[in-house]
Write a protein that binds this ligand. Structure first.
Ligand code: ARG
Length: 461
């Protein structure tokens, strides 16, 4: 049994059912129910400490709020679908159960400061969990990388074979992007750690409320600076939606790698049967649907970010109902990223790299060409000249139907430059190209090992 606390004001009539449903937000903000209760408890304790309500009323409200939380958890109370939003639902129950005492809870606050307080409390819980999921994926990728430190593969630019790298180097490249994503989530969390409660509708309250007390009780670093900004600001939603959009774009790009690698044209990777799907008509098919779907969902998270920015663009300071649109977009982005991270993790954890095929692919495509030019540079030739010599050589090899420089005799090579000598055959091997790149960030196993160790230290795994 709940009481309608919103339509008892100056309005004589409620909107018609469809119109009411249009402006209601319960379907979206119901997930904030426990944060709404938590915020109300801190508010009630503060009202009593400030002698705005008496101790017995505060105790009755506190008891009822705890009971509501418990009843919701055990299922003996369910959220009333006909309520306008979660704030009026909770206040409505308090009023129905406690009469005038229930009517005292809303002194010195507004749904405008309540909704952002609830949201920030929710984010302070869910964003660290998302960050932990990111860390878990990084840990899984690092473990896979450690097993593939020596697994050579072609590295690509423009999707053309470029230079040899290792699978570990490629996987740690993904980790570097995810590590920045983790930083972005944590940055956003630091900035949203200020409590809007007590900002009221926009101008705070003339009652002797104690904003520092509620901020501390709710675990915030302190109250927000300005009451108008508190209810108008949705930067935290934009920052997080942007962080989510970028995580999803990263996953989407990794998935594109996976889709390519698992094709028979590449044949670099086999997805587990449990992380593939079949076709309703073609019996032979093994499709990378999970990778495609994660890739596809980047449209959603980018869309949510654009929705939020567009929604905010034209609205005057301070609160406007447009702001209610923030939650659906933000929650969808958080949910999408969380699900996608978990799916990506399972998919990559169980995939198998086809080492032979990967190594084989390094034997053609002139991946050693840059190292050959570097060889000439070491012997004193200017790089641009060396580039031209090797380009000439590659052109001739290609025209003769060869796929690598390896098969050419020393005499043939020396017709391009007298600086070529027998030691050059050693550097032509993809393993040597990789081993030569021990520099920070490079693909040599010991360089990748250092990258892995650094990330492990940073995220403590
Ligand atoms: N459901 C609203 C929202 O999400 C809560 C604040 C409503 N405030 C108001 N004055 N109508 O933004």
């Amino acid at each position: 049994m709940t009481e309608n606390v919103l339509w008892a004001g100056r309005l004589k009539e409620k909107p018609q059912a469809q119109a009411f449903a249009f402006q209601a937000s319960l379907a979206v903000d119901r997930r904030l129910v426990y944060q709404d209760i938590e915020g109300s408890r801190a508010h009630v304790a503060m009202l009593a400490a400030q002698h705005i309500i008496d101790t017995e009323t505060a105790q009755a409200l506190e008891r009822e709020l705890s009971s509501i939380a418990l009843e919701l958890k055990t299922g003996s109370l369910t959220i009333d679908e006909s309520a306008e939003d979660i704030h009026s639902f909770i206040e409505g129950i308090l009023t129905a159960r406690l009469g005038d005492r229930g009517r005292m809870v809303h002194a010195g606050r507004s749904r405008n400061d309540q909704v952002v307080t609830d949201c920030k409390l929710y984010l302070k819980q869910t964003v660290p969990a998302l960050s932990a999921e990111l860390e878990h994926l990084i840990a899984v990728l690092l473990e896979r990388a450690e097993a593939e430190l020596e697994t050579i593969m072609p590295g690509y630019t423009h999707l053309q074979r470029a230079q040899p790298v290792t699978v570990a180097h490629h996987l740690v490249a993904w980790c570097a992007a995810l590590f920045r994503d983790r930083g972005r989530l944590n940055d956003a969390l630091c900035r949203l750690n200020e409590c809007p409660l007590g900002s009221g509708a926009l101008a705070g309250s003339g009652l002797a409320i104690d904003r520092a007390a509620t901020a501390a009780a709710l675990g915030f670093a302190g109250p927000t600076l300005n009451s108008m900004d508190s209810v108008a600001d949705r930067d935290f939603a934009v920052e997080l939606a942007a962080a989510c959009a970028l995580i999803q774009v990263h996953l989407s790009r990794f998935c594109e790698d996976i889709v390519l690698w698992s094709s028979s044209e590449f044949g670099f990777l086999s997805l587990a049967d449990t992380w593939s799907t079949g076709s309703s008509i073609m019996p032979q098919k093994k499709n990378p649907d999970f990778a495609e779907l994660i890739r596809g969902k980047s449209g959603r998270t980018t869309g949510n970010l654009v929705s939020l920015l567009t929604m905010l663009k034209g609205i005057p300071y301070a609160y406007n109902k447009d702001l209610q649109e923030d939650k659906e977009a933000l929650f969808d982005s958080l949910d999408t990223v969380s699900q996608s991270l978990r799916m990506f993790c399972g998919m990559i954890e169980s995939a198998r790299f086809n080492r032979e095929r990967l190594a084989q692919s390094c034997r053609s495509g002139f991946l050693e060409a840059t190292d050959l030019a570097d060889y000439l540079v070491r012997k004193g030739m200017p790089f641009r000249t060396a580039h031209a010599v090797v380009a000439h050589l590659v052109r001739d090899c290609s025209a003769a139907g060869k796929q690598s420089i390896d098969g050419m005799s020393l005499a043939q090579l020396q017709s391009y430059s007298e600086l070529f000598d027998t030691d050059l055959y050693q550097i032509l091997k993809p393993e040597s190209c990789i081993a030569a790149r021990r520099l920070p960030g490079g693909p040599a196993p010991e360089a990748v090992r250092r990258q892995i160790d650094l990330l492990r230290r940073e995220i403590n795994v």
